[in-house]
Design a protein around this ligand. Structure first.
Ligand code: SAH
Ligand code: SF4
Length: 443
């Protein structure tokens, strides 16, 4: 979602005369779009700001102004405190108020220390600016669209409900309008974003509300859109109609990121997750019944306060039972203001590290096995960009695996069948099936 927000900020600033630069030394304006989910992410901002302060001073000597903005969830959580730690910052703006950036930049001509971290009454989406077709093409054929934001679940480890605010869904019509602009510029795949995306219930324009499954079906009707994905889902909101959509909607890709966090019921209860390990197993069985080839992914936290060796083993057991195609895993990071941070029995860092290594080794084995299982199969690949070497192009399988083939860059944007011949550490390698290898070539 931070990638999406950063793109929308760039869209908003383009009419103000700003354009992207690849060299930070050339930037008149630097926006750090920040993440507060774990301590390390938040701390990185301050080391980055130290470097930017030196850059700002060097540019000032050459008579050039530099504005530094801290946006995103660190901005939301720390507010004016950021100026205390780093005076070179000009503006602090939270994730729900970045539509005010043009106005803030104008005010910054005369005012110092501007902070905008209210959850405003107006909806930022009503004030954003559509990207130009050139900008969309530069970003590629696969695009993100935020459809839902915020969260009311209050898992005891998580800052999201405090930084992104209460859960809200964008109206269907607004989303379809945004997708139409993307599709007209060549986008073929849309990934719908939300902290809790399967809780989506946007106004349908007829006095009712649409579910995520209904939204996915409407989006797939946009000319040119061939693939729809969504992330991130909560197990508690995996409704029957969404599961059925994985069976019935061909454009809905067979990949599901469904974080479980832990396999121990005791820890899940302490995390306020409101699902048990067995609920997750049952849910996955139901999803696989609807779409047997679905690739599953999850997030895991190790070392939540009070996690015993036995609790950790329960997580490993759950992973063995499910079999994941990919996953993200983290050491628990106490976040200020969340209930988890005040719990006694915080787990020692060395124990967290050892558990994370074991967990990641298991997940990596499963990922490699999943990828090796593709060898010999033919899958549809959406080509997105030039490959690693000249004469190659790269794209994604339906299961979100990176795939490289020999091919011309004018195939970017096409979805073509690829026979997988090998599985590398991070990519699959394949060849275009004979009928597609070269335009006009005899089959
Ligand atoms: N809404 C999603 C996840 C949002 S945050 C869900 O409900 O699962 C993304 C991931 O960051 C989480 O799934 C969790 O695994 C991780 N995370 C969140 N807070 C964390 C913390 N305090 N320490 C370590 N990992 C955390
Ligand atoms: Fe955070 Fe996800 Fe839990 Fe919401 S559901 S509090 S975003 S982990």
């Amino acid at each position: 979602m931070n990638v999406y927000d950063a793109q929308r900020m760039a869209d908003l600033l383009a009419p103000e005369g700003y354009a992207d630069t690849a060299q930070v030394e050339d930037a008149d304006l630097v926006v750090l779009n920040t993440c507060h989910i774990r301590e390390r992410a938040a701390e990185k901002i301050f080391s980055e700001l130290g470097k930017l302060r030196a850059l700002k001073a060097a540019r000032a000597k050459a008579g050039r102004d530099t504005r530094i903005i801290v946006a995103g969830c660190v901005a939301q959580a720390e507010g004016g405190e950021i100026f205390r730690r780093q005076k070179a910052v000009d503006i602090v703006v939270g994730p729900q108020s970045y539509h005010r950036l043009p106005e803030l930049l104008r005010r910054a001509e005369t005012e110092r220390g501007l902070v905008e971290t209210d959850f405003p009454a107006e909806d930022k989406f009503d004030f954003l600016v559509a990207p130009t077709p050139q900008q969309i093409r530069k970003r590629g054929v696969s695009a993100f669209v935020t459809v839902q934001e915020g969260c009311d679940k209050f898992c005891s480890f998580c800052v999201v409900p405090y930084t992104r605010g209460a859960e809200s869904s964008r109206p269907v019509g607004d989303i379809l309008a945004e997708v139409a602009v993307l599709a007209a510029a060549g986008v073929r795949e849309v990934t719908l974003l939300g902290q809790n995306v399967n809780a989506y219930h946007g106004a349908d324009g007829a006095g009712g509300s649409a579910s995520l499954a209904e939204l996915c079906a409407r989006i797939a009707e946009a000319p040119g859109i061939a693939r729809v994905r969504y992330t991130t889902s909560h197990p508690g909101d995996m409704t029957a109609d969404l599961i059925a959509a994985h069976r019935d909607q061909a454009s809905l890709m067979p990949f599901l990121h469904l974080p479980v966090q832990s396999g121990s019921d005791r820890i899940l209860a302490a995390m306020n997750r409101k699902h048990k390990s067995a609920d997750y197993v049952d849910l996955v069985a139901e999803i696989r019944q609807a779409r047997s080839d679905i690739a599953l992914s999850s997030d895991f936290i190790v070392g939540f306060p009070g996690e015993s060796e036995q609790d950790f083993e329960a997580t490993l057991d759950l992973i063995e039972r499910i079999g994941f195609a990919s996953a993200f895993s983290f050491k628990y990071s106490p976040r200020p203001g969340t209930p988890g941070a005040d719990l006694k029995d915080q787990v020692e860092e060395s124990v967290k590290s050892a558990r994370l290594s074991r967990l990641q080794a298991l997940l990596e084995r499963q990922r490699q096995a999943f990828n090796r299982g593709m060898v010999g199969r033919t899958v549809d690949v959406l080509f997105e960009k030039p490959g690693r070497h000249a004469g190659q192009i790269a794209g994604k399988s339906p299961y979100l695996q990176a795939v490289q083939v020999d091919g011309e860059t004018d195939r970017i944007g096409e979805i073509l069948p690829v026979q997988i011949v090998a599985a590398g550490a991070n990519s699959l390698f394949g060849r275009l099936t004979p009928g597609h290898a070269a335009r006009g070539a005899p089959i």
